[in-house]
Ligand binder design. Structure first.
Ligand SMILES: C[S@@+](CC[C@H](N)C(=O)[O-])C[C@H]1O[C@@H](n2cnc3c(N)ncnc32)[C@H](O)[C@@H]1O
Length: 240
């Protein structure tokens, strides 16, 4: 999907591009028994919020971030020079890892494709921990269905998700839904940025920017009104 320039103006400067927080990341690290001096890949790392959290939670770790969007990688290199940041395809990981972490990025290539690629890049005791958006309700609202049909047409429910993980040769060792704090860590700064950009866009009649602001605000409003219909599911799994 080609995103308009206004999308990148809105999203530039945000710390994260998907729900997540330190509490759930720490939970995954502990469950995966990720060692203090682990080699950890953040696959589809975006602007690097989780790399900063990983630096706090595992200060002795060797951290690698991979993302196709070069401006994210430039920013990580500037802000987190201890991280190896690569503008490259996360499906071709750079070496072997104790943990492959990925927040909200597997959907873009398909969970099965991502897991198959990451499986080959795990050290013997290695694990993957990744989040993906799933239906929580058996009867989601038509509003939520219409939004996610555009954003993530292949979005499945929990049994479908677990079947995908097992079909790629992984065993789930723990999983949980992300809580409101993880969503707010993404949406609160995004909403503040929408409010900052809107007066200028409206004064200049910038139709493209106004459409992007409206779309993003609608996504946030949908979560507030129908967020019980769906959620981000954090899965920690090891090769079976
Ligand atoms: C929804 S964003 C989440 C970013 C980040 N994990 C976070 O939580 O802020 C998904 C990211 O995956 C990246 N991405 C998608 N496909 C990729 C691929 N094949 N290789 C590397 N990065 C990819 C996108 O550029 C984007 O930055």
């Amino acid at each position: 999907m080609d995103l308009p320039a206004s999308f990148f103006i809105l999203h530039s400067g945000l710390k994260r591009e998907a729900p997540g927080d330190a509490e759930s990341l720490g939970w995954a690290l502990d469950l995966a028994r990720t060692p203090a001096r682990a080699r950890i890949l953040d696959a589809g790392c975006g602007p690097g919020a989780d790399l900063a959290l990983l630096s706090d939670l595992r200060p002795g770790a060797d951290l690698v971030g991979m993302d196709l969007h070069a401006p994210f990688i430039d920013r990580i290199r500037a802000e987190q020079p201890h991280v190896t940041a690569l503008a490259a395809d996360m499906l071709v990981p750079d070496g072997q890892f104790d943990l492959i972490w990925s927040a909200g990025a597997a959907y873009s290539v398909g969970v099965e494709v991502a897991l198959a690629a990451w499986r080959a890049a795990l050290k013997p005791q290695g694990a993957v921990a990744f989040s993906d958006c799933l239906w929580r309700s058996a009867r989601p609202s038509t509003t939520a269905q219409a939004f996610w049909a555009r954003e993530y047409p292949g979005m499945c429910d929990l049994p479908g998700h677990l079947a995908k993980v097992e079909a790629t040769g992984f065993r789930v060792i723990g999983a949980r839904w992300l809580g409101d704090a993880a969503w707010q860590a993404y949406y609160d700064p995004l909403e503040a940025r929408i409010a900052t950009l809107r007066p200028k866009a409206e004064a200049e009649g910038d139709a493209e920017m106004i459409a992007v602001l409206d779309d993003n605000q609608a996504e946030i409003d949908l979560w507030r009104s129908h967020g019980a219909d769906y959620g981000y599911y954090l899965t920690v799994a090891v090769p079976a």
